[in-house]
Design a protein around this ligand. Structure first.
Ligand SMILES: O=C(O)c1ccccc1NCC(=O)[C@H](O)[C@H](O)COP(=O)(O)O
Length: 245
């Protein structure tokens, strides 16, 4: 039996609300109400993971730290926490939620020494988000250029980074399908597992991602498609299970 693609339904939090963005751009929010309710919905549907994002912390417009801690604390499933984790204080607050792992983005571009240190300290509790336009990384809530994807990947690999969360910003929140070529290229450049993020629109997209598991794709984050009811999480879990049988 092939390894099963992990599914991570997303709850992105802005100003206390679960929202979806287009291309990760501030100001494009569609609101979907209570983050806790959204997370509990995915948990009840059988999710094993939750991808929980503090968008205000990512954009530097404040934070939703208490709410994020409340949501993470209410979950029985595994939580991947993202957004604005850039220094010892924000990392300590993120880990104190009891999350399974954190996803660092901007810090990997702006403070590489700190990231190397926390990778050495925390091992696979640290993932790095590689958020790209083309092959250029973007930080600060995806608003600023931050270097070349493959150079940064090689550096992080040499520092022992355990896994990567790869987002094609051009696809994120658009329901246009994931960038399979980018994901294949990243998998070819690293031996570490890759979580795909951005653009999933259909069960066929998930089947296509499940087909990349042998190359190194470990999981897929799904946001807009679930909120837009393109399919249910139960259907998504069944679709990836069927590919692994
Ligand atoms: O994850 C972040 O830190 C982040 C920062 C700034 C803007 C967006 C950010 N994350 C967005 C996500 O993780 C999405 O939930 C995910 O890519 C799902 O995308 P989609 O399925 O296309 O809605």
């Amino acid at each position: 039996m092939a390894q099963k693609l992990e599914l991570l339904p997303a709850v992105d939090v802005r100003d206390g609300q679960a929202v979806r963005l287009v291309h990760g751009e501030s100001g494009t929010e569609t609101s979907y109400g209570s983050p806790l309710e959204a997370a509990l919905t995915w948990q009840r549907a059988g999710a094993e993971w939750l991808h929980l994002v503090d968008l205000d912390a990512a954009f530097g417009t404040g934070d939703n730290r208490e709410l994020i801690a409340e949501v993470a604390g209410a979950m029985d499933l595994k939580v991947e926490l993202s957004g604005g984790i850039r220094d010892d204080a924000s990392l300590a607050a993120a880990l104190a939620t009891g999350c399974t792992r954190v996803n660092l983005g901007t810090a990997a571009l702006e403070t590489p020494e700190w990231v190397a240190k926390v990778i050495a300290e925390h091992g696979d509790k640290i993932a790095v988000g590689l958020d790209v336009r083309g092959t250029t990384l973007r930080g600060r809530g995806w608003t600023r250029d931050g270097g070349d994807l493959y150079e940064t990947l090689a550096r992080l690999d040499s520092e022992g980074c355990a896994r990567y969360v790869v987002t094609d910003i051009a696809k994120d929140g658009t329901l246009q399908g994931p960038n399979l070529e980018l994901l294949r290229n990243v998998c070819a450049a690293t031996d570490k597992p890759v979580v795909a993020s951005g653009g999933v629109s259909s069960l066929d997209d998930l089947r296509a991602l499940a087909g990349l598991v042998p190359l190194g794709i470990e999981g897929a984050i799904v946001g807009k498609a679930l909120y837009a009811e393109a399919f249910t999480l139960e259907e998504a879990l069944e679709a990836v299970e069927a590919v692994s049988r």
